[in-house]
Design a binder for this molecule. Structure first.
Ligand SMILES: Cc1cc2nc3c(=O)[nH]c(=O)nc-3n(C[C@H](O)[C@H](O)[C@H](O)COP(=O)(O)OP(=O)(O)OC[C@H]3O[C@@H](n4cnc5c(N)ncnc54)[C@H](O)[C@@H]3O)c2cc1C
Length: 409
């Protein structure tokens, strides 16, 4: 639906139709809540991402009833191939796939509309309407027209850019947790060579990593990510480290032969594009009266791997579930259970933050991968991390590292 038919009232206004917002809107609409979903961009739209779907995303897509549709378009993958600085490699099995976000987000968004959510795009959230300190709706911009939409609850699912959080008065950190850059390249000759999600650590990519993820039809998503990109303090303010992502991308192609070959003989599709990440459930106030924050806006992306599609959908569904449960007493009654549910996820996110050590010290990847190739137990633990039955932090905790030096059993 276009912007002209925007209503003046609804129960819940969900801002942002990425995985978090669309998942939230679908569940709300299914629960009989009058839901309006707006996005600043017309759909289908592109989103800068690696497009990798790890097991948590598979589970969320199943819960949203779109798994079969997604997998009918996606490239199925069986392993994450972890490549260490000295060239060692281990393939960790898991439920994996790759689907460009233009298609994935469109499928998840259309499912929300099928469930009864009203989508209006392109429509931008400008600011909340505040009555006596409580958010009571939003001022939306559609082209040049400004529209006031009153809602009992506003859910912000606006991703990693902080502008909407700032406007809503819930931004606690403007700078991102990390930044990443990706491009698409068509090179069918490499289709038999790169069949897994390849993640590459190297000392010249220190504090980050490179990846190549195979899409369908000989197309690959290739990129580099930099964790803790804004950790440098200058005059008491966080600024970006002196790392140029385009140079990092060129370095990735220098140090990793398959990346070099992919780019040399392939045809680039579109420009290399960069985007920020918000990780570790950090950087935003989760609620204020009349408003909730979910998905990457709430920091739902994992540090270390930069994976966030699955957790965006999960947190979006958590927001919806708590709102539906609270409905009869007023939607603000959802805030405490929502905050508790997010807090319950926090220890896991903290472990991914700790696992960032591998990005800081790539030699750890050498050690881990060397050991995993000799020990079924360590490979199983890596598989457990991917499937979320085990903790990444344990593998790279001091104790975990010490154990890696012990004789193989
Ligand atoms: C380069 C890169 C590679 C990545 N690779 C992977 C990967 O391989 N696998 C993975 O799982 N994760 C990956 N991630 C992380 C993943 O992209 C995010 O975790 C995920 O997109 C978060 O989903 P979301 O719905 O919270 O936000 P988004 O997907 O960002 O959606 C937010 C939506 O809100 C809209 N919006 C924003 N502001 C407004 C406003 N003011 N008004 C209206 N609408 C607004 C935007 O247009 C957008 O559609 C990667 C990230 C980057 C940057």
């Amino acid at each position: 639906m276009g912007a002209s038919s925007l209503p003046s009232h609804c129960d819940v206004l969900v801002v942002g139709a990425g995985p978090a917002g669309s998942a939230c809107a679908q569940l709300l609409a299914r629960g009989g809540v009058h839901t309006v979903l707006v996005d600043a961009q017309a759909f289908p739209r592109d989103k800068v991402c690696g497009d990798g779907l790890i097991p948590d995303a598979h589970a969320a897509l199943q819960r949203l009833g779109v798994y079969d549709e997604v997998m009918a378009h996606a490239q199925r993958v069986r392993h994450v191939g972890c490549v260490a600085p000295r060239g060692g490699r281990v393939d960790v099995p898991g439920r994996l796939a790759v689907l460009p976000r233009r298609q994935l987000d469109d499928i998840v968004c259309r499912a929300a509309v099928r469930a009864g959510a009203q989508l209006h795009a392109p429509v931008r959230f400008e600011a909340p309407i505040v009555d006596n300190g409580r958010v009571a709706g939003a001022r939306l911009k559609a082209g040049d027209a400004v529209h006031e939409l009153r809602a009992q609850q506003v859910v912000l699912a606006t991703g990693a850019l902080p502008q909407a959080l700032i406007a809503a008065g819930v931004c606690q950190r403007r700078t991102p947790s990390g930044v990443a850059l990706r491009g698409y390249v068509h090179n069918p000759a490499m289709s038999s060579r790169i069949t897994e999600l390849e993640v590459v650590w190297h000392k010249r990519l220190r504090k980050g990593y490179g990846w190549i993820f195979p899409c369908r039809d000989g197309v690959f998503n290739i990129g580099v990510g930099l964790a803790r990109s804004h950790s440098k303090q200058v005059d008491g303010r966080r600024t970006m480290q002196e790392v140029n992502l385009r140079e990092m991308f060129a370095t990735f192609c220098e140090v990793y032969e398959p990346a070099r070959e992919l780019m040399r003989a392939g045809t680039r599709q579109g420009e290399l594009k960069g985007a920020p990440l918000r990780c570790s459930l950090d950087g935003a106030q989760l609620t204020r009266p009349g408003l909730m924050v979910t998905g990457e806006a709430a920091g739902s992306t994992y540090a270390f791997t930069g994976e966030g599609i699955g957790k965006a959908m999960e947190t979006g569904m958590l927001a919806a579930r708590t709102l539906i449960d609270a409905g009869p007493q007023g939607f603000d009654a959802a805030h405490a259970p929502y905050a508790a549910a997010i807090a319950a996820l926090k220890p896991r996110f903290d472990l991914y933050e700790r696992a960032n050590r591998v990005n800081d010290h790539p030699w750890l990847a050498d050690l881990l991968i060397w050991r995993a190739n000799r020990s079924q137990r360590i490979l199983k633990r890596m598989e457990g991390v991917l499937e979320e039955t085990g903790n990444p932090g344990n593998l790279v905790s001091l104790r975990g590292i010490t154990r890696l030096f012990l004789p193989i059993r």
